[in-house]
Design a binder for this molecule. Structure first.
Ligand SMILES: Cc1cc2nc3c(=O)[nH]c(=O)nc-3n(C[C@H](O)[C@H](O)[C@H](O)COP(=O)(O)O)c2cc1C
Length: 285
């Protein structure tokens, strides 16, 4: 860093403000979710609250919201924060149509999804919100259809163990149909999907279930936009943390819990209409 640069920038452990670019508009201070950026008045530059580092959640909002590119976080150089081309954003009608048209897919082609595309889905899902921006969403991707089938078989084993001790009769009837289908060569657990994407997270976080579900939802929506089909693997998820052989097969890091999974592949059939859904049940206050 040259003397010249030191002169025109306030150097702080956490962030740097370029005084030539900063217009002292106060936007970064107003938007900081932890309120650790302070700007005393319109004449002064924003600065870091004393000991503010402790409360920074590294969300990068200060860098992203500044219209002048004046702020750099030590953990997040401005070059790592690309601009948003407005022309690439879908309009509300397009987004609403996408949200309404996505369906759970239960018939898949055998065509494998490329590793590159699977990685792109996950790379997109990492922009999902997480509690306190913890970003502790982890992925286990089963790329081989035989492995997905093996996991389905373990879920069926679990159901067979549960059937004699389940008191809920409706559940017994449901499980029995799934087991019978499996015994007759039909996989209603993974729907013979070629791939399975599992999300897991340390279970001692504040909102691991929400973090994982939102990330998977991002992934499902982007997968749909890329011409792929997905379906939430509920039976698998329910068994994933309970059935010892399945826990072993998943081999998650210590302290992690599985909070969801989706089957994924190219859909055999397209949907042409949006099915009716219940009216929202809302109490307006
Ligand atoms: C938490 C959750 C668990 C689910 N588990 C399964 C499942 O194990 N198998 C399945 O075929 N569909 C499963 N689904 C898909 C739902 O049945 C589906 O979302 C619902 O019927 C509505 O259809 P749509 O997704 O096409 O709108 C699950 C969905 C959610 C949200």
């Amino acid at each position: 860093m040259t003397d010249y640069l030191i002169e025109r920038e306030i150097l702080m452990a956490l962030f740097t403000i370029n005084h030539e670019k900063c217009k002292r508009d106060g936007i970064c201070a107003a938007e900081c979710p932890a309120q650790i950026i302070v700007q005393v008045d319109k004449k002064s530059f924003p600065s870091l609250l004393e000991n503010g580092e402790e409360f920074c959640i590294n969300c990068g909002h200060c860098v992203a919201v500044c219209p002048h590119g004046a702020l750099t976080l030590s953990t997040m150089p401005i070059a790592a924060c690309p601009p948003i081309p407005k022309s690439l954003l879908p309009d509300a009608d397009a987004l609403r149509q996408l949200l309404q048209a996505r369906r759970s897919i239960r018939q898949y082609k055998k065509t494998p999804v490329s590793h590159k595309l699977l990685a792109e889905l996950i790379d997109t899902a990492r922009f999902a919100p997480t509690g306190s921006n913890k970003q502790q969403v982890y992925w286990s991707v089963f790329q081989k259809p035989a492995d997905v089938h093996r996991l389905a078989a373990l879920v069926i084993d679990f159901m067979k163990l549960m059937l004699p001790i389940t008191t809920d009769e409706a559940m017994v009837r449901r499980f029995q149909r799934l087991v019978d289908a499996w015994d007759n060569g039909r996989d209603r657990i993974m729907r013979e999907a070629p791939h399975l994407i599992v999300v897991h997270s340390p279970s001692d976080l504040s909102f691991p279930a929400a973090d994982c579900a939102i990330a998977l939802t991002y992934l499902m929506l982007y997968a749909y936009a890329k011409g792929l089909g997905t379906c939430w693997a509920g039976y698998f998820t329910a068994a994933a943390n309970l059935h010892e052989p399945l826990i072993k097969a998943l081999d998650l890091p210590a302290g992690h819990q599985c909070f969801g999974a989706v089957m994924l592949g190219y859909p055999k059939y397209g949907y042409h209409r949006i099915p009716k859904r219940n009216e929202p049940q809302v109490r307006w206050h």
